[in-house]
Design a protein around this ligand. Structure first.
Ligand code: ZN
Length: 279
């Protein structure tokens, strides 16, 4: 299934994408694509999409999962991206928080924070947790996955790297976390570590990679994180970016108002964001 949340920000309704690519309204069955709903998606899988009301027009897509408690990012998880960033591949995964207030819809504008000169992009595979995960083994890790989506780990490099301390302040500005358009359920993705991914700015391709070059792959990451804290339904893990970010260009290339960012991952849909200056 391709699950979606659609409508005005903060008032999104649950839906799914039918075989013809149209949105069907799930709100008679579930309140949101969130929380316990994610623990047992077989309930939604049993519904005949044709029995659901068709949603007219082209509503905004919200983030494809609601009520996310933790938005965890993995840093430097592609060796060639680590190299372009001038950093070594770490002996264990680098993890950092993207605060959940950054979450937005896949096509909402990228807001360039006040004073920012180094706003950057990162196409990433995001994993959405289904069943709670605590001390899970790598062998059992995938049982805890609800599905996958595209994430743009929008980053402000000066705030992240030059302003001292942890990375979170360069990763968490409003609208720095577009996720979606769809939450693609686990059964539809044969191998999350074999998906092509790409990102363009103003039509020019900057990132063109595959999740098969991740250093620490999805089952390992879930198991690893679950040794430190419990992963809950709706938690999002963004798994790192391949090379081609603005920081790695010579000279570096950062986003400015009016730039158009487009990105996608094989089977998971695409995002499109127009950059604008935050108020
Ligand atoms: Zn990232």
């Amino acid at each position: 299934m391709k699950l979606v949340r659609y409508g005005e920000r903060g008032q999104e309704k649950p839906g799914l994408i039918d075989a013809d690519g149209r949105i069907r309204d799930l709100s008679a069955h579930v309140a949101d694509i969130a929380g316990p709903v994610l623990e047992d998606l077989s309930v939604l899988a049993k519904i005949d999409p044709a029995s659901l009301p068709l949603v007219e027009g082209n509503p905004r897509f919200g983030a494809c999962v609601g009520q996310t408690g933790k938005f965890i990012c993995i840093g430097l998880n592609y060796s060639d991206h680590a190299a372009e960033s001038g950093m070594a591949v770490p002996p264990e995964p680098v993890i950092f928080a993207k605060y959940t207030s950054a979450i937005c819809g896949p096509n909402d504008p990228i807001l360039i924070p006040r004073g920012s000169e180094k706003t950057d992009w990162e196409v990433e595979l995001a994993v959405v947790i289904g069943k709670p995960a605590k001390y899970v083994s790598e062998a059992d890790a995938m049982d805890h996955v609800a599905g996958y989506c595209v994430c743009n780990d929008v980053s402000e490099r000066a705030y992240q790297i030059e302003r001292s301390g942890q990375w979170s302040k360069g990763k968490s500005s409003d609208n720095f976390g577009p996720i979606g358009p769809w939450l693609v359920t686990r059964d539809e993705v044969a191998n999350p570590n074999d998906l092509n991914m790409w990102l363009k700015v103003n039509g020019e391709t900057f990132q063109n990679g595959s999740t098969n070059t991740m250093v620490y792959q999805v089952p390992f990451l879930i198991s690893y994180l679950s040794q430190f804290f419990t992963l809950h339904p709706g938690d999002v893990i963004s798994t790192g970016t391949p090379p081609g970010v603005g920081l790695g260009q010579k000279p570096p290339r950062y986003l400015k108002a009016g730039d158009v960012v487009e990105l996608g991952i094989e089977g998971l849909g695409t995002q499109r964001q127009i950059c604008e200056n935050d108020a």
